[in-house]
Design a protein around this ligand. Sequence first.
Ligand code: SF4
Length: 358
Amino acid sequence: MPADVRAARTACPKHMEYGPCGGVGFDGSCEIDEALRCPFVDGAAIAWHGVVAETGGGPSRGADPLPDPTPSPGAARVRDLLATRRIVVADFPARALDARSLAACVAAMSGPVDAVLSGDAGPARVQFAPSYRARLIADEGMLPFIGVNCRDRNRVALEGELAGLAHAGAGVVHCVTGDHTETGSRPDAKPVFDIDSTQLAALARAAGHLVSVGESPTTPPVGQRAARLREKEKAGADLCFVNHCGGAQPVARFIAEARALGSTSGFIPCIPIVLDEGSAHLLRTFTTLVLPPGYLDGILRAADPRAAGIVAAVELSRAMLALDGVVGIDLSGGAAPGREVEHARDLAEIARRLEDEL
Ligand code: SF4
């Protein structure tokens, strides 16, 4: 590991090697320590150099070549789908640790929505294990995209989950470093951060998965975000979820920058879903959230915020789907407590209105 990368890794509370994380402040401050300038924001993107063991035992995974993966059945399903049309993914609104809520939400969304993204949630950090969630969702008839974070498991536990996810039918494994435990509902827990999202992408690819990662184009270092994605692709990423960055124009700019660097990703921009004050509150908790000007207020001040939120999401989705390189959209956000199934129905309604654009 290069010396400057080692120094940055030592300073970073998440011990990231391929930083920064998506939570870095707009002023370059650390997500969890405002007094710390994130050590990754002022330099070039860290070049992909493999998954390196911290213990001094040498690389545990080579940078190149990666082992030939055996595609998981879920990954093959998604590749087939993406070969025919664009897709609608939706953040999964089901209550954590509640299989009945999970089944009810799948029933409400199945059909118009192609896949659900079930990942980390600040207000509900304790969830069914990723591979078990994938199996539950797949058994109910929905294609699961499963978020896996590096906060709660070390590399060995993650490798076990990745093997389980391939077996359980995960269509995509979405690799994130994860918010620190000092944010979210479980500050009592010790964070792990044995590896980071880029390294996790490599492990997921090696396990045969279709791999997605996130990038935040408007978060420092803005000029390095596309280059950072390129390094994640070298590690194993196939798809990029573009976090909320202010609308279709910033997404188009980001895709153009990435393509100029040789990016091969399919892009899935996040669409903010605001249907009431509860879903707006949840969206505001997202780190580095940038919404199109007036988006939130326009919905919440409408006579019927739910109807206005559906119309706004459809319009923004259409603008995103018109961009070169966009292979789908992600209806992003969450439900107000107790409105999980209604929220799922509204997501299905948004997806239904987009059928002609896919
Ligand atoms: S902002 Fe993220 S990457 Fe940067 S130092 Fe803080 S935790 Fe590490």
